[in-house]
Design a protein. Structure first.
Length: 401
């Protein structure tokens, strides 16, 4: 039967960095880690925080033994600075002989364990380093589990929002649509039959007609949001849907001097999709990108197929998805612009019904909500992210069924 030490890999050789400015303490640590063969596979030392950073940039360390009081960094801030730069490295703080309280404080500040100078031997040091590495591993597992739980919770909240909005939308839309049609008929009648119309009358009639058309647009979007529960799926080529969407938005792009660049994967697999609704999503995303490039720019549409395996590094967030599963074959669609990007505090709400940054210019805030609803119905994922140096990217992930 394996011991507890063996279960957590106590015999594993570690890559260790010692950060200690006192020569005696530094040599003692080096000696203890060198006493037993196989304790470390790679060992380096630094006597200042600056030198430690240089080594961390150059080498891949698993554990750092850190003295908090260095010539160029003092106190708990030393730990904060190290964690901010290298959050994935396990940290063991090496405190002074009578600083047990400080050691305990470091545990709540991000350290995985602490040592008290003069109160440990080679065996204890080795054990602490291995335990610290294991605690770091468990922390990462918990962080990923929490992120997945949070995403699932957000999806449930979003789903409930859509249900409430959809129920209200259906009732409101049908109640309002008929009176709007009557008002529009009246405006058209007056425009055609009024004689000797002065400029002020024409302006008022035009303004009222524009307001009615805007209200009607809101109603149409509400009905789209509430009625998207049924899909007419068929095997389709995604590139055909993209080309149709581009042809319908080409005029708007040309008016804003936006050039279009396509990066399509050849022979991309066909997808089981409702092509009309997918075209609607792509049109929404293209128009949104266009609004962010008021002075012109470049719009890039990119496709590729892949498998969500451990080698898939492009979008790590997919590994916490409750929709797309590991091992699943997928198609990625990216719509990227070099416009003004999305404010960081607004990006998490961008798919909420009625959320818009273009209210002053007639934005309703339902286009992206409708788009998300459609992608959800396809068992896919959609998200937005800012890109460097400027711009934003919409990403759609669809399963290959």
């Amino acid at each position: 039967m394996r011991t507890k030490d063996e279960i957590i890999g106590f015999t594993k050789s570690l890559r260790v960095l010692i950060v200690e400015d006192t020569a005696v303490d530094r040599r003692l640590l080096e000696s203890m880690l060198s006493e037993s063969s196989g304790v470390t596979s790679f060992l380096r030392s630094a006597d200042s925080f600056k030198k430690a950073i240089v080594l961390l940039e150059k080498h891949n360390f698993e554990v750092v033994v850190l003295d908090l009081n260095l010539p160029d960094s003092q106190g708990i801030e030393t730990l904060y600075a190290l964690r901010e730069k290298y959050p994935d490295v396990a940290v063991v703080v090496n405190t002074g002989a009578y600083e047990d309280d400080l050691g305990i404080q470091t545990l709540s500040s991000g350290a995985q364990d602490f040592l008290v100078k003069g109160k440990y031997n080679a065996y204890f040091l080795n054990k602490v380093l291995h335990y610290a590495l294991e605690r770091k591993r468990v922390e990462k597992v918990l962080e990923n589990a929490y992120a997945q739980l949070k995403e699932t919770q957000d999806q449930l909240i979003q789903s409930e929002k859509f249900k409430v909005v959809g129920t209200l939308a259906t009732g409101v839309a049908h109640e309002v649509k008929n009176p709007l049609a009557t008002i529009l008929y009246g405006i058209t009648f007056l425009s055609e039959h009024l004689k000797n119309k002065d400029e002020k009358t024409v302006t008022v009639l035009t303004t009222v007609k524009d307001a009615v058309n805007h209200a009607n647009k809101v109603i149409v979007n509400l009905l789209d949001l509430s009625s998207g529960t049924y899909l007419k799926k068929a095997k389709q080529n995604l590139h055909e849907s993209i080309d149709k969407a581009v042809s319908l938005t080409r005029y708007q792009l040309e008016q804003k001097h936006i050039s279009l660049h396509k990066e399509f994967e050849l022979d991309i697999p066909n997808l089981e999709i409702d092509s009309t609704k997918i075209e609607q999503v792509i049109i929404n995303l293209i128009l949104n990108a266009g609004h962010s490039m008021a002075d012109g720019g470049m719009l890039t549409i990119r496709t590729e197929s892949s498998i969500l395996s451990d080698d898939f590094k492009k979008y790590p967030r997919l590994f916490t998805s409750s929709i797309i599963k590991r091992g699943q074959k997928i198609v990625l669609l990216e719509i990227e612009d070099n416009g003004c990007g999305i404010l960081k505090e607004k990006i998490k709400n961008i798919f909420d019904p009625f959320f818009t940054s273009r209210r002053a210019t007639g934005g309703v805030g339902l286009g992206l909500s409708v788009s998300k609803n459609i992608i959800d119905l396809h068992n896919g994922e959609i998200f937005m992210e800012n890109i460097s140096p400027q711009g934003a990217k919409a990403v759609i992930i669809l399963p290959i069924e």
